[in-house]
Design a protein around this ligand. Sequence first.
Ligand code: NI
Ligand code: MN
Length: 226
Amino acid sequence: MKITFYGHNTLLIKVNDIHVLIDPFITDNPLSKDKVNINDIKTDYILLTHAHFDHVQDAEAIAKSNGAVIVSNYEIAMHYQNLGIKVHPMNHGGSWDFKFGKVKYVNAIHTSSFADGTYGGQPGGFLIEGEHKTIYIAGDTALTMDMKLIPLTTKLDLAILPIGDNFTMGIDDAIIASDFVECDKVLGVHYDTFGYIEIDQNEAKRKFFEKDKDLMLLEIGDSIEL
Ligand code: NI
Ligand code: MN
């Protein structure tokens, strides 16, 4: 499984030779808009954690140019189906075996509305299992006891957690989240994009290191291989 970071919560995952894009937000992301061209992104699926602008901005354009399937909660899926896009609706606690692997939509504590204020269902995160690896994409969320449910059924190889604070967990709560999901290997996301979520990256890495955990922070365009 190869995971490429395109800034904020935007990730391109290659698993079983299929491309899965997460939460595409590039056009108005000041950190990635000059580094990533959405016309160059090739994907088969687009997974959306919730409807906020900083997670779905480029979903419609990329889905249409690629003929990609959008996977999200029921309300978000219907929104895109009405725009003529192929969708696969899910809801919390449900799993599905896609061609690339198994996906489960899990709880997040956050809100979910489209930029025009219309309802975007309840926000979530994803467990993605493929090539004998399993990752957790928390999406935008607070630290929540529901995270303790994940290791009851799933052994994670990587937890992708928001660390920017203000709109989501900050670093200290993300460290506890890593305990809750029983995964010490963390990829940090949702930081530095705007003033509200700027962090001290060295301090964040030090705090994880002191708890015997590994916090990875990728440059935009860089990848990790599991
Ligand atoms: Ni959000
Ligand atoms: Mn967000």
